[in-house]
Design a protein. Structure first.
Length: 48
């Protein structure tokens, strides 16, 4: 597949990751949190 723009390719990669990545699995690197929960707490902590 050939993409017209870099943005089109980027969007497909993001869709693929979001579809197949297990965001419910706990990760030891993240303090045994789910990636989505870790991201939310990270964003809140760095928003201040």
């Amino acid at each position: 597949m050939v993409y017209r723009t870099r943005n089109d390719a980027r969007n497909d990669v993001i869709k693929y990751i979001e579809m197949f990545y297990n965001s419910q699995r706990l990760h030891s690197y993240l303090g045994y949190k789910q990636p989505n929960d870790f991201e939310k707490s990270f964003m809140l902590a760095n928003a201040a």
